[in-house]
Design a protein around this ligand. Structure first.
Ligand code: SF4
Ligand code: SF4
Length: 240
């Protein structure tokens, strides 16, 4: 008999997801070219996490059952205290990434944590703070920065428990070895459970980002499984 998993958090109602996506699209004409030049640096070796109940919203948008959605797109992370959290299937590529076009196939209803980036969060003394990740090129253009900052009040209105943030922060900003993750998947169910300990043992070195001396140009080195890519990115003067 298949194991039944129960996620601990109260689900955020579907209409709240619907409203969020209606108000905040996560991209516009200002962001598109920057992300295209950058080549998706934020996606290499990272883990995508769903908010409580987000699997139901996404399954509904795709017109499939929640159980089919889980089998096709999700895995579970089991935290040290037994809390279970849904993540996009752990592997080399996000299951929503179209390999040929490199487009996100769920862009209109993608996980909110994907949609809001470069907005990230910190948890201090039980308080969640949303901040802009200055590593992302979008943070360097004032107009983009303002746009993403406009998502923060919307996010703050979602009833996300602080315990959820406390768990997610234990792996959210880390980088993982997708090859090892793939090997680890062997012998697990299709809708697989990975323990936090198991996940943390599969970390890899962080993406290196460093500035070279050329005026107004920043150089990034992206570490992919077994390879590395160097690219240059022109940046605006930082004026915030
Ligand atoms: S790191 Fe920032 S600029 Fe690059 S693809 Fe991701 S969101 Fe776009
Ligand atoms: S869901 Fe879309 S935006 Fe999020 S990691 Fe997958 S392809 Fe990227």
């Amino acid at each position: 008999m298949a194991e039944v998993f129960i996620l601990k958090f109260n689900k955020i109602p579907i209409n709240m997801y619907e409203n969020f996506h209606k108000i905040f699209s996560g991209s516009n004409h200002n962001t598109f070219e920057i992300c295209k030049k950058c080549g998706g640096a934020c996606e290499y070796n990272k883990i995508g996490t769903l908010l409580p109940g987000e699997e139901e919203y996404m399954a509904k948008k795709m017109g499939i059952s929640v159980s089919e959605f889980k089998l096709r797109y999700l895995d579970i992370l089991k935290m040290d205290d037994g809390t279970l959290i849904h993540v996009l299937k752990l592997g080399e590529l996000c299951p929503f990434l179209n390999k040929e076009t490199e487009a996100c196939e769920c862009s209109d209803f993608k996980p909110i944590m994907c949609k809001i980036y470069p907005v990230v969060f910190t948890v201090e003394s039980g308080t969640v703070n949303f901040v802009i990740d200055n590593w992302c090129q979008l943070s360097r253009k004032k107009v983009c920065r303002n746009y993403f900052e406009s998502a923060i009040p919307l996010l703050s209105r979602l009833p996300i428990p602080v315990e959820w943030f406390n768990h997610v922060i234990s792996y959210d900003d880390l980088y993982f070895d997708y090859d090892q993750l793939k090997k680890c998947r062997k012998g697990k169910n299709q809708y697989a459970v990975f323990s936090l300990e198991e996940l943390l043992s599969l970390q890899r070195d962080p993406v290196e980002a460093y500035q070279i001396k050329t005026y107004n140009v920043e150089m990034y080195k992206i570490q992919k499984a077994g390879t590395s890519i160097d690219f240059y990115q022109e940046i605006d003067e930082i004026n915030f």
